[in-house]
Write a protein that binds this ligand. Structure first.
Ligand code: UDP
Length: 326
């Protein structure tokens, strides 16, 4: 079985590549390295390229017998998507449509798509279930929800079977310490706290301490990247067994506040650093917690890592990060 991993050189994609490879799948990593890392491509063959390059994709689909495509390439910064929505709609929507078009042209009809909790916008109730209202509040979330809806239409019209995974807060790193969480630029909470712990940043800023939550800071559901990878394997097996299109939340079901995460990092790293309370970041919902019962019932998926393990594995990798060019 050969899987094309679009965006396989990124944080989540590379962890899924490793797990697929270890399970005996043939892995082809397709990535333009705009946000991915060449040294994350350790499992499978690397083909540099962009998902908007129809000709190159066509060649790949003709030269390799691809059974399914997993798609991780997207711009993911909420704030930037508000300032420059065109960038998001062109990459996350238009380029994805080219990828899908080229798949269909070559008769490839199994697709796994990285979606996000951002499709829910400001949730009306917690924990969030898959069929709760989708009211994304920024172009990033909208771009993901657009593709989700398009995938429903493509299923009906063309028989394209897809799984959409709505990730909550992906975090942690592979236990080997070979790959971990890195983004260009880094905007995510846990890596930024580590940078403060390492003295690479002067401090960590808390965006908003006046939310209606237990300590005034936002509550998030952190899910280990290898738990996400495991869900992708299960989703793939589900599609390969002939099951149809489906969509799942992927979260731990546990919520931790920004302050609690900072305290936990201090405890695990045994380092102290300055914490500054600042204004809210626009577009942050106070609570995002997943109900992942559906993934458990349908796919038999259960997260294995808790917040301690997430921070320990992430720290283990992040300490070495400075050797990696980003
Ligand atoms: N956050 C923060 N300081 C930072 C980065 C993030 O207080 O330097 C907060 C952010 O406002 C949100 C939570 O941490 O409430 C998680 O943010 P992140 O960007 O990691 O993920 P998101 O929830 O946006 O997907």
């Amino acid at each position: 079985m050969a899987i094309l991993m679009a965006g396989g050189a990124g944080y989540i994609g590379s962890h899924v590549c490793k797990m697929l490879y270890e399970k005996g799948y043939e892995v082809i990593v397709y990535d333009n390295l705009s946000h991915g890392f060449k040294n994350f491509v350790k499992w499978g063959e690397f083909v540099p390229g962009d998902i908007s390059d129809e000709k190159l994709l066509d060649n790949i689909f003709k030269n390799y017998e691809i059974d399914a495509v997993m798609h991780f390439c997207a711009y993911i910064e909420v704030g930037e998507s508000v300032i420059d929505p065109q960038k998001y709609y062109i990459n996350n929507v238009e380029s994805t449509l080219i990828l899908l078009k080229t798949m269909l042209k070559n008769g490839i009809k199994k697709f796994i798509f990285s979606s996000t909790a951002a499709v829910y916008g400001l949730p009306e109730k917690i924990p969030i279930k898959e069929d709760d209202p989708k009211q994304p509040i920024n172009p990033y979330g909208k771009s993901k929800w657009m593709i989700e809806q398009i995938l429903e239409d493509y299923d009906k019209a063309y028989g394209l079977r897809s799984i959409r995974f709505r990730y909550f807060n992906a975090a942690g790193a592979d236990e080997s310490g070979e790959i971990g969480e890195a983004h260009k630029p880094e905007t995510h909470l846990i890596p930024l706290i580590f940078d403060a712990a390492l003295g690479v940043r002067e401090n960590i800023k808390i965006f908003g301490t006046d939310y209606d939550t237990r300590d005034g800071t936002c509550i998030r559901d952190f899910i280990h990247v290898n738990d996400l990878a495991d869900a992708h394997i299960k989703g793939l097996e589900y599609l390969l067994s002939g099951e149809g299109t489906n969509y799942f939340n992927l979260g731990s079901g546990e919520g931790y506040s920004v302050k609690e995460v900072i305290e936990k990092v201090k405890e695990i790293t045994k380092r102290d650093f300055e914490v500054i309370e600042t204004d809210r970041r626009p577009g942050d919902p106070p609570y995002l917690i997943a109900d992942s019962e559906k993934a458990s019932k349908v796919l038999g998926w259960k997260p294995k890592y808790d917040l301690n393990m997430i921070i320990e594995t992430a720290w283990n990798w992040h300490k070495k990060l400075r050797r990696i060019d980003r």
